[in-house]
Design a protein around this ligand. Sequence first.
Ligand code: FUL
Length: 479
Amino acid sequence: MKNISLIVLIVIIGCSVKETFPPAPLPPVPAANQLAWHQMELNAFVHFTTNTFTGKEWGYGDESPALFNPTDYDADQWVLTFKEAGFKGVILTCKHHDGFCLWPSAYTEHSVKNSPWRDGKGDVVRDVMRACKKYELKFGIYLSPWDRNHAAYGTPAYLDYYRNQLNELFTAYGPVFEMWFDGANGGDGYYGGKREKRSIEGSTYYDWPATLNQVRELEPGILFFSDAGPGVRWVGNERGVAGETNWNTITPDTLYAGKAGIEALLNSGSENGTHWIPAEVDVSIRKGWFYHAEEDALVKTPEQLFEIYLTSVGRGSTLLLNIPPDRRGRIHKNDSTSLMGFRALLDSTFKTNLAHTAAVQASSFRGKNKNYAATNLTDNNPTSYWTTDDGILTGSIELNFTDKNTLRFIELQEYLPLGQRVKAFTVAIRTPNGWQPVAAGTTIGYKRILKLNEVTTDGLHIEITDSKACPVLAEVKIY
Ligand code: FUL
């Protein structure tokens, strides 16, 4: 009899111990550098080249380096402006499609070394990298694969040139957190004076795997952005809008930079994608990517930037906002004023997290173990989480406030080290007539923000209605 009780006891303990193991990761999961990238949320993009002085968006490649001559250049001013606006990284167009290099490359004459600026001794890449170190932002590199200046573009010899430049950049400058390859592949250009159209086979010409391996040797933690990743994918538009459904997962086999017609897929990712390749939202604060004085009145307002924040960061992406320096080599005051207004809007909107003041409970939590209880959702600690037993794919969370509050936003976060799971959720508020739905969403990912349109209530009900595996939520915030 005693033995039987002992066995029963061991079985009971065994069961409860088993259930309190954390959920197994649901592959694919993010790598450490991707997780760090998610947490950055806001990065600045800087487009600067001879286009700034010619008024073009895509230089033909025949622009004289003598055109590049900023009159009051100050890279520290750019980076400090970005820092004050809350940006965590900067990606610089070291070379855009026109081929002009913002550093004195040993492999071409088409660079700052042949410009009158600083008597040919200037180096924008070095200055931005140093300013990033000074102000503690991460530094990233854009090196256009398409080069309308280079005579060898379209032949294998150009690949040597491109790779030599990568070696140069990744040896002399760094650390580099992200490397950007855009999808503009081939077309007409100067090409060393030939002035012709050159087409390339986008899926094979660049032999990306070899190039990426070369860069990885020099910068093991690097994240590569392109339409297809492998580190970060394009979001499929340049309007600042990630998919309302936004999976960080996608199957990259059939993707390559520049492939036509993949925008919708890139925008939403795929629920059962084989790789973790989150979407990055690139958009310009102006109409164009480069500074043009005639667009001074078209700088996006703080309110427009705030809406873009909601459709990018608020949909689980990272926002890469382009802010181009002007002909002086400074961020124009219209842009910096707008950025500071944007910052002020973010700070005031997301200042008081009302979830802290609420009592929180869930329909169930894993193994009835407090390590996984709903209180983890409101502890402002993104490393603790609420989750359910394996096989439980739904669950509800209720927040009860002592007083009525007017609610404008709800922010949810999944615990990404265990993979992206939630497929659908709803939000309701308590009213005298029972629970009234006020919002609904599909994916959550790193962060999901939904508008609540100033509803007044003392209770909120979140229902996870579908999930790929037991839901694992890190935070719920209410503003
Ligand atoms: C595109 C380029 O063609 C644009 O000029 C800009 O650099 C944008 C960010 O990427 O592919």
